[in-house]
Design a protein around this ligand. Structure first.
Ligand code: FAD
Length: 234
């Protein structure tokens, strides 16, 4: 059970919630969040946007009942945080592009922040979202270059030959376009998949995804995968 430090409204849809929670979480992992008793039945998976040893910050977008309930929480309220769960982004070195769409920017912020600790790394963030701009200052502080577009695509702006690695998270279409744009080019692409999850801890098999090496669980084997492992029919 985590005590909420703040639950800040960024726009009508986007919220940033910081929770007291001792952790040793890695970039790319997520928590199953729950701030209600019976309804909705399932907890909701949300990526780690930022962390320190005593707290986790989540960036979330209101979609339906669960996230709407989350948005009503106040500083001092409690929320059940089950995690950290899942795989993490690898600690790579070199020139790295982070390509995020909408709330998919959440795990990329922490990845950029962590990888920027190595001064030899160069990080470019490409972030597109619909509607109002968010997080410009925060994303600038964890990147060498920030390209932030509202209501415009960013994938076409990335030359995969100029990067050693690309990390991407967001709508499935965006991640597939990133993968296809980097095919036969220099960059190695990692994706953070979003699948509907019920348990989030590898018991229910509800989030099974097809990979080159057979069926895998997005919650346990993922959410971070090599793109070429999961986009096998492209
Ligand atoms: C690994 C992972 C990380 C995620 N990280 C974030 C994040 O950092 N910020 C954020 O805002 N959202 C994130 N999501 C998506 C988030 O889990 C859904 O938006 C949320 O569950 C919607 O719940 P709801 O009750 O508001 O909506 P409803 O539509 O009422 O949800 C109904 C059911 O569908 C599931 N569901 C709906 N949309 C999604 C979705 N896109 N992905 C997975 N399950 C879904 C819910 O878990 C729930 O069981 C992540 C999803 C996954 C799998």
């Amino acid at each position: 059970m985590g005590n909420i430090i703040y639950n800040k409204r960024l726009t009508e849809e986007y919220y940033l919630m910081k929770v007291e929670e001792k952790n040793n979480a890695e970039m790319g992992q997520f928590y199953m969040l729950r701030a209600w008793d019976n309804e909705p039945l399932l907890s909701r998976p949300v990526s780690i946007f930022d962390r320190d040893d005593d707290s986790i910050t989540f960036l979330y977008k209101i979609i339906g009942k669960g996230t709407k309930l989350m948005s009503t929480l106040k500083s001092g309220d409690n929320i059940i945080c089950q995690g950290p769960q899942g795989s993490s982004f690898p600690k790579v070195k070199g020139k790295i592009a982070m390509i995020g769409g909408g709330v998919g920017i959440a795990p990329l912020y922490l990845a950029a922040k962590k990888l920027m600790e190595d001064k030899d790394n160069e990080i470019d963030i490409f972030f597109s979202l619909r509607g109002v701009e968010i997080l410009r200052e925060e994303l600038s502080s964890v990147s060498n270059n920030l390209i932030l577009k509202t209501n415009e695509r960013v994938v076409g702006l990335v030359d995969a030959d100029k990067y050693d690695y690309i990390f991407t998270c967001g709508p499935e279409g965006l991640m597939k376009d990133v993968y296809l744009g980097a095919k036969d080019k220099k960059a190695i692409v990692y994706v953070s998949l979003e699948r509907r999850m019920a348990c989030g801890i590898g018991i229910c098999y509800g989030c099974t995804c097809k990979t080159k090496s057979g069926n895998k669980l997005t919650c346990k084997d993922g959410p971070v995968f090599l793109a070429e492992e999961v986009f096998i029919d492209e």
